[in-house]
Design a binder for this molecule. Structure first.
Ligand code: MLT
Length: 410
């Protein structure tokens, strides 16, 4: 009989969002009259902007004609998309990248998971707590950890608590680590890091030969011009950081699927015999073997995000969500809750009232307000006593959810 990958058995529970979905479905089936408002998973609700949709349609039509038909594309993405992203989204930040340093994919979640393929198992990994669960769970799945303790911390991973005391920005680890996951604007806390804060991490990584895996999936939601959008705005970062970006939340692509990874050519790790080796080469090898590229129409749609019309329409949607964030933040603060995030990020992180556990508060909101959020403890032990609301809902639903919660907490 074939042996299974036992590492999967170390995982504590089902993946967070399907588990929430299961509980919400059970509630909705038992209470069919309840109008449930979902502000749990960060899934977008606005349709694709017209300029992007037009490009998407035209690209599908291209597939219908011999002259314009596209089969397999380059595994790392079409140059015309990569060059557009570099020109429109990185150069304005003062960041120069080569076409060969960017890899287009079908989403950031897969990239964050797949990147582990190019690192040896005996690297020491540091992750935030709370954290986007994919970073933790994929390290468990690949076999980098031991079992979890009673709190949910896996042996072998260095956890960096993100708490009210440190404004949800983790401190540098006290022990030497080789790989550090950072996510700013942060999922789930909505915290952002200044250039000075990121510079500390880059300095640490350079001094310790460590690699930063920088998840910038929410960079488009930054409203403060002083906050960096990319780790490469920090001097030296090209020698120590891989960056992930996503079209999911930025341009409504959660169902369309498109993301990107930047692996600078200067970035090296070392072989078992101590020779330096390029991570860019490894990632190219990995992608060309295991991936056949994001689809042609999807990449055409992604390129249209950066057209003048496309970006204007995309920005309006981003503003719409950030107005939702403001409504949630202010509404819940006026109800006496301690709220964080929601200014440069589409997530609001709140402290549960009366020291309630995260899952108890989840049940209370679901059963008494028919509002779905995400329990903070689902993102890690330090998330206990917190709760996340997503700003990606429809305006009417967001307003109604805030009113219901305010009335409930009165
Ligand atoms: C979230 O709600 O944390 C995200 O939508 C999950 C994801 O992007 O995979």
């Amino acid at each position: 009989m074939a042996l299974i990958n036992d590492n999967y058995l170390k995982l504590k529970a089902g993946y967070l969002f399907p588990e929430i979905g299961r509980r919400v479905r059970a509630f909705a089936e038992a209470n069919p009259q309840a109008k449930v408002i979902r502000l749990g998973i960060g899934d977008v609700t606005r349709p694709l902007p017209p300029a992007i949709l037009k490009a998407f349609h035209e690209a599908v039509d291209d597939l219908a004609k011999v002259e314009t038909f596209a089969g397999y594309g380059p595994e790392q993405g079409y140059d015309w998309l990569i060059d557009t992203i570099i020109r429109e989204s990185y150069n304005p930040l003062g960041v120069q990248l080569k076409t060969t340093e960017m890899f287009i994919s079908d989403g950031s979640k897969c990239d964050c998971a797949n990147i582990l393929d190019i690192f040896a198992l005996d690297n020491k990994v540091a992750i935030g707590d709370p954290v986007y669960p994919v970073y933790n769970d994929t390290n468990v799945m690949i076999g980098r950890t031991g079992e979890a303790d009673d709190k949910g911390y896996y042996k072998g991973i260095v956890y960096m608590p993100c708490t009210e005391a440190n404004r949800f920005i983790p401190a540098l680890p006290s022990e030497k680590v080789d790989i550090i996951y950072l996510c700013f604007p942060n999922n789930p806390t909505g915290a952002v890091a200044t250039k000075a804060e990121l510079a500390k991490w880059v300095d640490y990584a350079l001094a310790n030969d460590a690699i930063i895996l920088f998840d910038a999936a929410y960079e488009a939601f930054i409203t403060d011009p002083a906050i960096p959008h990319s780790i490469y705005q920090i001097e030296g970062a090209k020698k120590c950081a891989i960056e992930f970006r996503s079209f999911s939340k930025t341009a409504g692509f959660t169902g369309v699927r498109c993301g990107l990874v930047v692996v600078p050519e200067e970035l090296t790790g070392k072989t078992a015999t101590g020779e330096p080796y390029s991570f860019n080469k490894l990632w190219l090898r990995r992608q060309t073997t295991k991936f056949n590229g994001a689809s042609y129409p999807v990449q055409k749609a992604a390129a249209a995000v950066y057209s003048e019309e496309g970006w204007r329409q995309t920005s309006e949607i981003i503003e719409y969500y950030m107005e939702n964030a403001r409504i949630i933040r202010q509404g819940l603060a006026s109800a006496g809750l301690a709220v964080y995030g929601g200014v440069n990020a589409p997530y609001i992180w709140l402290k549960t009232p009366g020291g309630m556990s995260s899952w108890d508060f989840f049940d209370k909101l679901l059963t008494e307000c028919n509002v779905v959020g995400t329990p903070g403890s689902g993102f890690g032990p330090s998330g206990e006593g917190y709760f996340r609301l997503s700003a990606f809902g429809n305006r009417d639903n967001v307003e109604e959810a805030v009113e219901r919660i305010k009335i409930n907490l009165r």
